[in-house]
Design a protein around this ligand. Structure first.
Ligand code: GLA
Length: 748
């Protein structure tokens, strides 16, 4: 049983042996929070976990004769503001001529096996989970609030969301409605998040919680390059491998906030949801508003434990079922090889040459449609440019398939160029108003809050998918939304725009992915500007960053792995000098970094030397041999590129029989230490492992306690025996457990 209820005390305990989450109905009818953390033994009554006392002489309280019962200090499940609690609330909703002080009181509950879908929104799914829905009512507002909690059977994961129904006759206006709010009893945490910008997304940032509000957010109409909708509250002593961490991820791709408010008693209130700035939702009689979902992971095995829980959840319970076990093709993308300058002949030559290397999918990026020779025109005109491709897309797709490759295309469905046929025909389809305009990459955003526009895009894309028998789509989104205004929405509905926009994006994804489940979608937003679980529900992989420099990618991929499986990260080998940093790194290191993702190439194979071609053929064989391990294995971060001149990570198969270890050194060390080892993780202590290319065998405990011996580094005098050296060096090790007979020989 995953959900225990005590009807008399009105208490609820969600527990699966890994995590416990406990709450109860308080004497004022609101839901009070009792505990979230490592699984607790169940007992019939947990009332003693709610302790409270008179806060201060000056504080407000709910009952005249009980000054101790103040919402200022009571831990709550879904708090409101203005009722003796002065912290930021989970919900603010009201109607005309009354203060926005909702008063939701417990009504009833429902337990469901599995997890119901969230209408119109991406969310995790499972039939190995239990859900409890708590119904609360506000009689004055005539509104019913449902809090959804799902606990997964075999994962330290709880998901939360809320919905509000107007069962009255008057209009309600919601100006804040969070997916979840969690009141922690103390503030002894490190606020850990992933921030950056274009070309250096998801760098790990940490700061200690302090009194006051601290938050990350986006108001860009996309989850953003700048702050990922991920937050971990890490205990002060926690590390990558040990200690308690609470991880949160918002399954949403638009404006969000993740905030921790530390109050005057050093308690911490976390709220996660749609950013309330500018948000105003009209809830008409009989309508329901559903918040997106918050995923909450508990780990007592440090940050790696947290990440592994997110990874397995997203692998098994978020991405489209079709792609769970499917091998993703190794791709070549022509963007950095040609930019806008190509024709059919050039593309076919690239595809052919790539196919000879073993690459499986050819992706034609930007520039194949309208009159798009640079980024100043044609977005929205999704018909082939016959000057570049006179035989049409169908011919190119056929030629690609005759070469033995799959065919993929780039789209930017949400955009419109002012210089396009579509804009000339439908200027009102663009977001904004003609009297004021902000520019970004010469393009405007299409008003996806309008279903007729989404229908139009559906038809355009579905026709091309059918015509070309498309295998893959890179869905890009290259500018953020400014002057957020829909020419179709009433003036009192403009506060709904951002949410309606992303619901339109989700509905297009939903239609395309359900009609064409075999088409692999890779989401992209100027690189990694919308790398979030909302997108991952439809697109199992995302273009991690436009920055393909192997050294920059160490940080980007390391940070991204905090929440997202490595197999969701598009990671490609590109040409040198790198187009984003002008850095030159060895081909070996470029591949050694890119292996830990969905692998591909972003270069012109026609310019490669024979030697490079041979090396690349070997890389492709290597990746093909290990891609199941990369898809399904447990990922461990070992050395952080944010702290060291080195980085390391590894992936271990679920049965611990094999592992792939990546080690990277940014700058060479002069007169380097003689004994350099790398301590591994996640192996079977008693199993013996062989390391490819090395005759020695090692026990798992040795590899984890003593470490794996790194190849000898050049130190100025050991020229003959040095096995590595120079800047940007790297090494990937393949470990396999060996059977007893073999073991005996090698262990002697
Ligand atoms: C974005 C993407 C790139 C490429 C270009 C094409 O920047 O992130 O990978 O597709 O658009 O214009």
């Amino acid at each position: 049983m995953l959900i225990h209820t005590n009807l008399e005390k009105q208490q609820f305990h969600l527990s699966n042996g890994k995590v416990s989450y406990i709450f109860q109905v308080m004497k004022n009818g609101h839901l009070g929070h009792l505990y979230y953390g490592k699984a607790l033994r169940h007992r019939s009554d947990f009332s003693h976990l709610q302790t409270y006392d008179v806060p201060t002489a000056a504080s407000c309280h709910v009952y005249e004769d009980d000054p101790a019962f103040s919402l200022e200090t009571l831990r709550q499940e879904y708090p409101a503001y203005g009722n003796s609690d002065f912290r930021e609330p989970a919900i603010s909703v009201g109607k005309d001529n009354a203060p926005n002080v909702p008063d939701f009181k417990y009504d009833s509950f429902r337990i469901l096996e599995g997890k119901p879908r969230l209408e119109g929104l991406p969310a995790t799914y499972s039939d190995k989970a239990s859900t409890i829905q708590i119904l609360l009512k506000d009689e004055f507002l005539q509104a019913e609030l449902t809090l959804n909690y799902t606990i997964f059977q075999d994962k330290p994961v709880i998901t939360r969301s809320a919905s509000l129904k107007n069962y009255g006759t008057e209009n309600l206006v919601i100006d804040r409605m969070m997916g979840a709010s969690v009141d922690f009893p103390d503030k002894d945490f490190i606020f850990t998040h992933l921030s950056g910008t274009w070309s250096r997304e998801r760098h790990v940032k940490e700061r200690r919680l302090e009194m006051g509000n601290q938050s990350i957010s986006s108001l860009r109409g996309a989850s953003s390059h700048h702050h990922n909708p991920f937050l971990a509250l890490k205990r002060l002593e926690a590390t990558e491998h040990t200690g308690e961490v609470f991880g949160f991820n918002f399954v949403y791709s638009s404006n969000f906030i993740m905030q921790v408010e530390v109050d005057h008693y050093d308690t911490a209130r976390l709220t996660v949801g749609i950013h309330p700035f500018g948000f105003k939702w009209n809830l008409l009689p009989h309508e329901v508003f559903q918040t997106p979902e918050v995923v909450m992971v508990y780990s007592n095995k440090g940050l790696n434990g947290m990440s592994q829980a997110f990874h397995s959840l997203y692998r098994e319970n978020l991405i489209p079922a079709h792609w769970r076990k499917e091998k993703r093709p190794i791709l070549i993308n022509n963007w950095e090889a040609t930019y806008f300058d190509f024709n059919e002949d050039k593309l076919v030559k690239i595809a052919k040459s790539a196919s000879e290397l073993g690459i499986e999918l050819f992706v034609l990026d930007d520039g194949w449609f309208g009159k798009r020779n640079d980024d100043t025109s044609s977005l929205g005109d999704w018909h082939v440019d016959l000057t570049k491709l006179p035989n049409g897309l169908e011919s190119l797709a056929k030629k690609t398939s005759n070469i033995g490759m799959k065919f993929g295309l780039w789209f930017e469905p949400e955009m419109i160029s002012p210089n396009s046929e579509l804009y000339r025909e439908h200027p009102d389809w663009a977001v904004g108003t003609p009297h004021q305009r902000t520019f970004g990459r010469n393009q405007l955003v299409l008003d996806f809050s309008r279903p007729e526009i989404v229908d139009y895009l559906y038809k355009e894309m579905a026709d091309i998918i059918k015509l070309t028998k498309l295998s893959y789509i890179k869905w890009d989104m290259n500018r953020n939304i400014t002057e957020a205004f829909s020419q179709k929405l009433a003036s009192n509905q403009q506060g709904e725009f951002f949410h309606r926009y992303i619901l339109g994006v989700y509905s297009l994804y939903e239609r395309l992915t359900s009609e064409f489940p075999h088409v692999l979608f890779e989401s992209c937003a100027g690189g990694g500007g919308r790398f979030d679980p909302g997108m991952m529900y439809y697109a199992p992989q995302a273009w991690t960053s436009d920055d393909t420099d192997a050294i920059e990618r160490l940080k980007i991929q390391y940070g991204t792995s905090f929440a997202y499986p490595i197999y969701s990260m598009g990671s490609h080998v590109s040409a040198v000098p790198n187009h984003q940093t002008l850095r030159t790194t060895p081909l070996l290191t470029r591949a050694n970094t890119a292996y830990f993702g969905t692998f591909g190439y972003e270069l012109d194979p026609l310019t490669l030397s024979e030697e490079e071609r041979e090396e690349i053929k070997g890389q492709i064989v290597f990746y093909k041999n290990h891609r199941d391990l990369i898809r399904d294995g447990l990922f461990y971060r070992l050395l952080s590129p944010f702290l060291n001149n080195e980085a390391a990570w590894m992936v271990v198969s679920q049965d611990q029989s094999e592992a792939l270890v990546g080690y990277y050194k940014v700058l060479a060390t002069p007169n380097s230490p003689k004994q350099q080892t790398l301590r591994l993780s996640g192996l079977n202590e008693t199993a013996a492992y062989s390391v490819a290319g090395n005759n020695q065998a090692y026990y798992g405990d040795e590899l984890m306690q003593v470490g794996l011996q790194l190849p000898t580094e050049f130190n100025g005098v050991n020229g003959k025996s040095a096995e590595r050296g120079g800047d940007f060096q790297s090494h990937v090790f393949y470990l396999r457990s060996i059977d007893i007979g073999e073991k005996d020989k090698r262990m002697e």
